[in-house]
Ligand binder design. Structure first.
Ligand code: FAD
Ligand code: FES
Length: 278
C-alpha cells in the first residue's frame, strides 16, 4: 500500500507541513496521537505527532523538523509522491476534560501538535491559554489557528521580534499579570523545553503533561527502545504515552538515552561532503 502526499511545504525555516492521504488514520485519530512514517522502501520508521486532520478528505497533517536522514528524505517529497508506510493512530490520546483553565505551550514542531489539543480542550469548555514560543518571529506559524481556539494567545520570542522578549521562564509572571492560574499545563515540543517547563511548574504545583519524543522503532511496545522512567517505574512512550506527568520523568536518564545514537545519526551528516544518499 502506498500513501499519497497531498502537501509538503516548508512553512518556516526547517519546519515542514506534511499532509498525507490516509483515510483509515484520519477516521479515528485523536489529539496527542502519533503516526509512524517511512519515507521510502529503504528508510527508517520515524514517529510524527498529528497536528490536524480532515476526516471527510481522509487526510492527516503533521509538522516535522528536518534534523537527520529520514526527515531530510521527507523534506524532498512533493505533492503526488507516495510513501510506503504510514501507520497510526498510535499512542494514547491526550486526556481531554473540562479542567477549567489550561495552559497549552508549544514550541518548534510542538506548535503544530498542540494545536488539536488546544482545539479539543476549547470544545470541552475549558479556558484555553496558548503560549507559542520561538527563537524569533520568523519561526512562528499557525497563530491564526490558535486565535480561533484560544481565549488568549501569548507569544514569546527570544529576540523580542514578536510578543514578549524572553524565554519560557517568564511564563508564570506573564500569566500572573494577566490574572491566570492554570489548572493544567500541557507542553509539546523539544525535549529541553518540556523538561525546563516541568522544572518551572513543579515548585508552583501546576500539574504538567509533556508529550515525550524518545527514539522509537516499532511504536507498538515490542522493541523496548522508547522506554523511560516515570515515577520510578519503567514505561514505554509508544504504548503508555507519549503523554506523561512532567514532574515524574527522570529527565537525566531520558536525555542520556536520547543522545545514545548521536555518533551514528549526526556524524555522517556533519562529515559527509556528499549528502545525496539522504
Ligand atoms: C511520539 C513522537 C512524536 C514525534 N513527533 C514529531 C513531530 O511531530 N515532528 C517532528 O519533527 N519530530 C517529531 N518527533 C521526533 C522525530 O521522530 C525525529 O525527529 C525523527 O525520528 C528524526 O529522524 P531523522 O532520521 O531525520 O534524524 P536522526 O538521524 O534520527 O536524528 C538526527 C539528530 O537529531 C536529533 N533529534 C532527533 N529528533 C529530535 C527532536 N525531536 N528534537 C531535537 N533533536 C532531535 C537526534 O538525537 C540526532 O542528534 C517525534 C518523536 C516521537 C517519539
Ligand atoms: S517503540 Fe518499541 S517499544 Fe516503543
Amino acid at each position: 500500500m502506498a500513501y499519497k502526499i497531498i502537501e509538503r511545504r516548508m512553512i518556516v525555516p526547517n519546519l515542514h507541513e506534511f499532509i498525507v492521504e490516509a483515510p483509515a488514520v484520519a477516521e479515528s485519530v485523536k489529539p496527542g496521537n502519533f503516526v509512524i512514517v517511512r519515507p521510502d522502501e529503504h528508510g527508517e520508521r520515524i514517529p510524527l505527532s498529528v497536528a490536524d486532520w480532515d476526516r471527510t478528505a481522509g487526510t492527516v497533517t503533521s509538522i516535522f523538523m528536518q534534523v537527520g536522514g529520514s526527515t531530510a528524505k521527507l523534506a524532498r517529497l512533493k505533492p503526488g509522491n507516495t510513501i510506503p508506510t504510514y501507520v497510526g493512530p498510535l499512542g494514547k490520546e491526550t486526556v481531554i476534560q473540562n479542567f477549567g483553565a489550561v495552559l497549552c505551550l508549544g514550541g518548534c514542531y510542538g506548535i503544530g501538535s498542540i494545536y488539536p489539543i488546544a482545539r479539543a480542550l476549547k470544545e470541552a469548555g475549558n479556558k484555553v491559554y496558548s503560549v507559542l514560543e520561538a527563537r524569533s518571529s520568523f519561526l512562528l506559524y499557525w497563530e491564526d489557528k490558535f486565535h480561533k481556539v484560544s481565549d488568549k494567545v501569548f507569544i514569546i520570542t527570544r529576540d523580542g521580534t514578536r510578543g514578549k522578549k524572553g524565554h519560557i521562564g517568564q511564563i508564570p509572571e506573564m500569566l500572573q499579570q494577566a490574572g491566570i492560574v492554570p489548572n493544567l499545563t500541557i507542553v509539546n515540543g523539544c525535549t529541553f523545553q518540556m523538561m525546563r517547563m516541568s522544572q518551572i511548574t513543579k515548585p508552583l504545583g501546576w500539574k504538567t503533561i509533556v508529550n515525550m519524543n524518545p527514539i522509537m522503532i516499532d511504536g507498538t511496545g515490542m522493541c523496548g527502545v522508547c522506554r523511560l522512567s516515570v515515577g520510578g517505574k519503567m514505561k514505554f512512550a509508544c504504548v503508555d504515552g507519549p503523554d506523561f506527568d512532567g514532574h515524574e520523568i527522570d529527565w537525566e536518564e531520558f536525555l542520556a538515552r536520547r543522545k545514545s545514537y548521536n555518533p551514528e545519526e549526526v556524524d555522517p551528516l556533519r562529515h559527509s561532503s556528499c549528502r545525496s544518499h539522504f
